[in-house]
Design a protein around this ligand. Structure first.
Ligand code: FAD
Length: 198
């Protein structure tokens, strides 16, 4: 049997902030859904925190599987400045029931930030000893997405609805620009007719 390992890394998102789906960034919802399916298959567990444009993720499992996933994650263009901040061998999993737990900004995280006088969640500015403290906050956090799964109708409906709404509002915007342009041309034409210049 292989050794169990725990890694923690931080990164910055590269995507534009979009409207939240049930208070969660849609890109994060998609990452979570994919992670839950893949990690369950590969015997991996962990937790993901996303706040102020920064990711903080802990992954646990057999060393080879964790390393293979981390190599994939490093190539993912949805984030950058990926920095491994902790790697250690463990005797048991900290998140045995979580293929990928999602921890939101809750009261305990707010207290952690206030206690250290941080204005926002910027893990690059945290001292190394903060890593385990953040992890214990995340282990205790309530996951509002525990019912989210790639197969979950509520997830696909939520993500689908967001993209539908964005697509429809984009189309309406283009239509209103075309109608404004046509109205301008007609107005100029009418003025020219009135003044007899046509
Ligand atoms: P597919 O889903 O088929 O993806 C194929 C390729 O497309 C991959 O290279 C993938 O990176 C890329 N891709 C897919 N969707 C997008 C997109 N919307 N934008 C840009 N590129 C995309 N995966 C896990 O399995 N477990 C995790 O715990 C996990 N945590 C992650 C945490 C963060 C912060 C991020 C950004 C990603 C995480 N991922 C995780 C996703 C991971 O990087 C890979 O995208 C995923 O594992 C690929 O799954 P797949 O092999 O089934 O390929």
């Amino acid at each position: 049997m292989q050794k169990l390992v725990q890694i923690v890394y931080i990164s910055r998102s590269t995507f534009e902030k979009t409207d939240a789906v049930n208070k969660i960034e849609p890109n994060v919802v998609r990452i979570l859904a994919k992670s839950r399916v893949n990690n369950r298959k590969n015997g991996l567990v962990g937790v993901l925190y996303f706040g102020d444009g920064a990711f903080f993720q802990c992954l646990e499992g057999e060393e080879e599987a964790v390393n293979a996933l981390f190599s994939k994650i490093e190539k993912d263009t949805r984030h950058k400045d990926i920095k491994l901040i902790s790697k250690k061998y463990i005797s048991k999993l900290s998140f045995p029931d979580w293929a990928m737990k999602y921890a939101p900004l809750d009261d305990r995280m707010r207290s952690f930030l206030q206690e250290h006088q941080y204005q926002k969640f910027d893990p690059y500015a945290f001292p190394p000893e903060a890593t385990q403290k953040i992890l214990s906050v995340l282990i205790d956090a309530y996951d509002p997405t525990s019912d989210i799964d790639a197969q979950s109708p509520s997830l696909s409906a939520a993500v689908h609805n967001t993209y539908q709404t964005q697509a429809i509002s984009g189309k309406l915007m283009r239509l209103s620009l075309i109608l404004s342009a046509v109205a301008c041309v007609l107005a100029i034409y009418a003025v020219c007719i009135v003044h007899g210049t046509l």
